[in-house]
Design a protein around this ligand. Structure first.
Ligand code: C2E
Ligand code: CA
Ligand code: CA
Ligand code: CA
Length: 281
């Protein structure tokens, strides 16, 4: 028979205990941060590689914890596992729309240029029945046409939600919202979704771009992805361009768009506005 003493959980590894504590702590703090709104959206320009002019921003979230900025790679996974991602994403969506509305008011030219803001969607959001309605409401509330908003989703998100993805993307597309596949090349290799889903473009993952000036294989992969995108009439954005060598190679391969530290890092809203004034207005 079991004695009482055997029902307790033994944690033998003090490191593990520490990890559990850190994790719980992070979760509690993240909850608080959401309640207090301790987040900021940063904006990274997406550049037309031929004209060198920016054609949009990607909104990237940061956690402003006292004096430090915490990277989304640290807290997005925790937010996803705890369900806090829904509230956080709602905040991201509204803030991005509000910011774009303000910029469109101040700089009407942004509208005629078709300047867009892209937001990242997490896989969890695809199981949220209200996703499309939330996006629609955010657009309406800020008097924004759907064409100015872009959604970035990863291949694995698509593959995990193949049933709902098609319906959701079709509805978004009908609202004018454009859809890009993020981190292209790193997920599943099934390519049939590229022709079956209403997609607008793909973003070539940084891992291919970062090695393309050193690795013949990566260069060939990038070339192949670009040919594929062109044949399927998809937009193509190269992520993580850091050097002029990479830029020259991408230009020679006729890659239409790019993003990376070579042009600008993710910027605070204020700095992003200065960037707009300098580069397009
Ligand atoms: P991602 O969507 O692939 O975003 C690109 C990441 O690459 C960003 O990191 C960006 O700062 C970084 N990056 C841009 N240019 C360069 C470059 O030239 N070199 C290098 N080394 N890095 C570059 P960040 O902002 O830390 O975001 C990391 C990831 O967190 C994002 O990857 C995205 O998956 C996720 N994320 C960020 N914001 C959100 C959000 O609002 N919602 C969701 N669900 N995920 C988000
Ligand atoms: Ca992205
Ligand atoms: Ca990416
Ligand atoms: Ca990535």
């Amino acid at each position: 028979a079991k004695s009482k003493g055997h029902n307790r959980i033994d944690i033998f590894d003090p490191m593990m205990l520490q990890q559990v504590r850190d994790r719980l702590h992070l979760e509690v703090e993240l909850r608080q941060a959401i309640d207090q709104g301790d987040f900021a959206l940063y904006y990274q320009p997406i550049i037309n590689l031929r004209s060198q002019s920016p054609r949009g921003f990607e909104a990237l979230v940061r956690w402003q914890k006292e004096d430090t900025l915490i990277s989304p790679t640290v807290f997005i996974p925790v937010a996803e596992e705890t369900g806090l991602i829904f509230e956080l994403s709602r905040w991201v969506l509204r803030s991005a729309c509000e910011q774009l509305q303000q910029w469109q008011k101040r700089y009407p030219k942004l509208r005629s240029l078709g300047f867009t803001v892209s937001i990242n969607l997490s896989a969890n959001q695809f199981s949220l029945p209200t996703l499309v309605a939330e996006i629609e409401q955010a657009l309406e509330h800020h008097h924004l046409a759907g064409q100015f908003l872009k959604i970035e989703i990863t291949e694995s998100t698509l593959m995990h939600h193949l049933d709902s993805a098609c319906e959701i993307l079709t509805k978004l597309k009908a609202m004018g919202v454009r859809i890009n596949i993020d981190d292209f090349g790193t997920g599943y290799s099934s390519l049939s979704y590229l022709r079956n889903l209403p997609l607008d473009g793909i973003k070539i993952d940084r891992s291919f771009i970062s090695q393309m000036d050193r690795s013949q294989e990566d260069l060939e992969l990038v070339r192949t992805i670009l040919v594929l995108a062109r044949n399927l009439h998809l937009d193509c954005i190269a992520e993580g361009i850091e050097s002029t060598t990479q830029l020259q190679l991408l230009r020679s391969l006729r890659c239409p768009f790019g993003q990376g530290y070579l042009f600008a890092p993710p910027l605070t809203a204020d700095k992003a506005e200065v960037y707009l004034q300098k580069h397009i207005l």
